[in-house]
Structures are given as C-alpha cells and as structure tokens.
Design a binder for this molecule. Structure first.
Ligand code: CMC
Length: 436
C-alpha cells in the first residue's frame, strides 16, 4: 500500500492492483489531521493494523488536548499549569464535565451537588466485610464501585440526561468515601463519614486520617497539595483506562459498571499502578551506590526491568504534570520538615543520571507524573497500596466526563476492533480415540 497526500484527503493504492481509494482528512481544532479509514475495507478490502492504538483515533473529543512533542496538556483549552495554579479540583471537574469554567452560582451549585451525594448507601458498608483485611484497596474499590449499580437504580438509564447528571455527581462524590473506607478497612479502623464543612480534598484527607476519639487537624499545605494531585490526574484523553471506560460504555453499560472497568484498567503498573511501582523500585535500589547497576539492568533488554515513572506513550519531550508535581513535592517535603529523605535523594540522583544517559535521551524517556506523586504521597503518610486508589479518585472525573461525551455523541457505535488472525486454518475435528 502506498499513500500520497492529496490535500484534504490521502489516496491509498493497493500495490500490484488497480484498487485505490481516497481517505478524507479530518481536521481537529488543533493537532495533526486524521485520516478517516472507515471506508477503507469496503473500498480496497484491507484493514489497518495498530496494536496499542498509537496511530488510531477512536473518537472525537472536546475535553482534553495533548501535544506530546511540545509537552502541552489542555483541559477544555486551559493549560494544566494555569488550572493547577489558580483553580481547584471541583472547578476542574465542572470544567471537564460541562465544557466551560463555572460562574460563581454554577460553582456553588455544583459543589453542593457533589456534597449532597458523598455518603454511600449504608448497606454498602457490609460489602467491605466480604474482603480479606489484606486485600489490595484497588481490588476493594473495583468491586464496591461496580456494586453501586446495584444500589442506585434511579440513575442507570443512560438515555436520560437527568440520570446521567446524577450518576456523575454520585460517582465524583462517593468514590473518595469508598476509597478512604477501603483504607480504614485494611487497618481495622472505623469508617469516617464525610463532613460537608470540608472541601473535596480536605474531606478525603479527613476520611483517611481522622479517628472518632480525636479532633482531626487539617494541614492546609497538604490539603492544597492533595487538591493539586487530584487536578493533575483528573483527565488525560484516551489513555488505557479511559479507553476501557469508553469501550464498556459503547455497549450501553451503566456508568457505575463502566467506571469499575476503568478502575480495573488503571490498576496495571504500566498505567496508574506506576506510582506504587516507583516506590517499590526505589526501595529495591536501596542506595545511591546501587543506581549504576540498576540502570544497567534497565538497559538490558533481557531483564524486563523498566525505570518506573519514566517514559510515556504520548509525551516525548516532558510531561507537564511532572514539572508541577516536582514543585509540589518540594513544597510538601519542606512543610513536613523532611530535608534529607533518602528516597527523595535516591529519586533525584536517579533522575539526574537517567536524563544524561544516551539510552533514555535517545528514546525520549523523561520523568512522568508518577515519578514524583509516589514520593509526595509517601511523605504525606499514604501507604503505597493507596497511591493508585488516589489516582482512581481523581480520574473518576475524567472517566465520567468522557463517558458522558460518548453517550451524548450521535455518531457513537459499539467499539469492536478487528484482528489479524494467525491461528490454524479450517480443519476437521478428530475423535479422541484417533488422536496422539
Ligand atoms: N524504562 C526503560 N525503557 C523504557 C521505558 C522505561 N520506563 N519506557 C520505555 N522504554 C523503552 C522501551 O524498552 C523501548 O525501547 P526499544 O525501542 O529499544 O525497544 C522504547 O523505550 C519505547 O518504549 P515503548 O514500550 O514502545 O513505549 P510505550 O509508549 O509503549 O510505553 C509506557 C509507554 C508508559 C508504558 C512505558 O514508558 C513504561 O512502561 N514506563 C514505565 C511505567 C510508567 O511509569 N507508567 C506511567 C505512565 S504516566 C501515568 C499514566 O498516564 O498512566
């Protein structure tokens, strides 16, 4: 197959045949044009092959734009740096869901809407008792969030705009409660109910850290850092978990089930599990003197060892979230009076060496958001197993915004990728007695 640019379309010719077709080019508001291959098979009888979807747009979206070469991340057009500096998580949630920043009245109503939904059905508490105490909290929240669809039948009709709105409120409001309870369950402490005199990030810190007999003292620096971490993880266009949510959503599945699917997809170490993996890796390296031999292992293709927190499918320059996260990391450590943290020293040295190393430079592997988030969360006292859970709390906003956009898109169809079949060609069944 050969291709030539035809201005507004690409002409594709199947070599050795007289079959050819013009593929229209679809422009986005920014970013490269996209060749529309929907008629390719009908015209020339071939499919495209793109494992990992590195060259395939699966949908149109107005929510998030990434320019990986320039290190740009925009939500509804607003640079992530400006949102992290001037906004807060619930305002960003409104923006992602609704398309524009809220007016003061819309902001107040939205915040009230989220607050009103932050408790979970009391019967849902008993789900926790079914889990072993040492269950990974991602396993717990995956199950409990999926179970929400068994409790809130009045928001399951995906074709009803009111149901979609209430489901979005419920998910954004309840996931932090469910997440904090997964942690409390794991350490055997009583579940703390949310408090409506606290902000979203504050409430999460409260439900994680408070215990009934004591007054809980909120640290404003940590609350601000938590809010920023949530903003930085809120959405990231068509990543693996968001694509999972959209694929599940394309079947008409209810939003609670779709978000549970997203949580499952986020869990893997190549995606949301990376922040947990960074801490494990730093622990395994143990000391600055071991970095050199660790880097050698990373570069050895047979070792299957990766430098966790480095590299990104889209960012081939730097991850703009990592810059903000690095700054937040220093603020948190300073506030907590952590001057010589051995893990941080190790991380900084690792970063310096990797950024100078030809292997990483030539492959454009830079620190990503997870390289620093793990260090901050550890300093804030979060157990490693909660790191990915926190990512899920934040990303719920992106998932539900993308799900809503998909359901409201009239061109939406069930997602159904094709394949290259490489198995046996047709053959006849051989009775057992005649085999072997
Ligand atoms: N350490 C060592 N080598 C790496 C790494 C890494 N972290 N990432 C990529 N490479 C190498 C890879 O071996 C390959 O080398 P070669 O061309 O010689 O075969 C080259 O770089 C390209 O890698 P790739 O696997 O084709 O890249 P990808 O776009 O498929 O993978 C990634 C992206 C994020 C899965 C990968 O960089 C990775 O595994 N990073 C570590 C895990 C991590 O930090 N994930 C968090 C991502 S950011 C949060 C999120 O959005 O979920």
């Amino acid at each position: 197959m050969s291709g030539t640019n035809g201005g507004g379309s690409i002409t594709v010719t199947l070599d050795g045949t007289n079959k050819s077709t013009r593929l229209p080019l679809i422009p986005g508001s920014i970013g490269p044009q996209v060749a529309d291959i929907r008629k390719l098979y009908d015209s020339v009888g071939v499919f495209t092959y793109d494992p990992g979807y590195g060259n395939t747009a699966s949908c149109e979206s107005k929510i998030t734009y990434i320019d990986g070469d320039a290190g740009i991340l925009l939500h509804r057009g607003y640079p992530i740096e400006q949102l992290a500096e001037h906004s807060n998580f619930l305002e960003v949630a409104y923006l992602l869901l609704n398309g524009d920043l809220p007016t003061p009245k819309q902001k107040a109503e939205f915040e009230m809407g989220v607050l009103r939904h932050n408790m979970v059905h009391e019967q849902l508490r008993s789900f926790y008792n079914g889990f072993r105490r040492d269950a990974h909290p991602m396993a717990v929240i995956c199950g409990v969030v999926g179970a929400l669809s068994a409790f809130y039948h009045d928001s399951l009709d995906i074709n009803n705009a009111d149901h979609r709105r209430i489901a979005a409120f419920r998910l954004i409001a309840k996931v932090p409660t469910i997440a904090a309870w997964a942690y409390k369950y794991s350490i055997g402490q009583p579940f703390m109910y949310p408090r409506n005199n606290l902000g979203y990030a504050e409430n999460f810190l409260y439900m994680m850290g408070a215990v009934p007999p004591e007054e809980y003292k909120l640290n404003p620096v940590l609350a601000r850092a938590m809010d920023r971490i949530l903003i930085l993880h809120a959405d990231h266009e068509q990543n693996a978990s968001t694509s999972t949510v959209r694929l599940a959503g394309s079947t008409g599945a209810n939003p609670f089930a779709c978000i549970a699917a997203g949580i499952a997809s986020l869990w893997g170490p190549a995606h949301g599990g990376a922040n947990e993996a960074v801490l494990k890796m730093l622990g395994e390296i143990g000391h600055v003197s071991n970095i050199k031999s660790f880097i050698e292992k990373v570069k050895d293709k047979n070792s299957n060892v990766r430098l966790m927190g480095f590299g990104h499918r889209v960012y081939k320059n730097y991850d703009p979230r990592a810059k903000i996260m690095a700054q937040t990391c220093h603020e948190v450590l300073e506030d907590l009076g952590i001057k010589d943290d051995p893990l941080l020293d190790l991380a900084m040295e690792l970063e310096k060496i990797a950024l100078d190393d030809e292997y990483f430079v030539s492959r454009k592997l830079y620190p990503n958001v997870d390289f620093y988030s793990g260090i901050i969360l550890k300093a804030m006292g979060f157990p490693t197993s909660m790191f990915t859970v926190l990512f899920a709390v934040a990303r719920t906003v992106g998932w539900i915004s993308q799900w809503k956009e998909q359901v409201e898109d009239p061109s939406q169809r069930i997602g159904r990728p094709r394949q290259i079949y490489t198995g046996a060609v047709q053959r006849n069944f051989v009775p057992l007695a005649q085999r072997g």
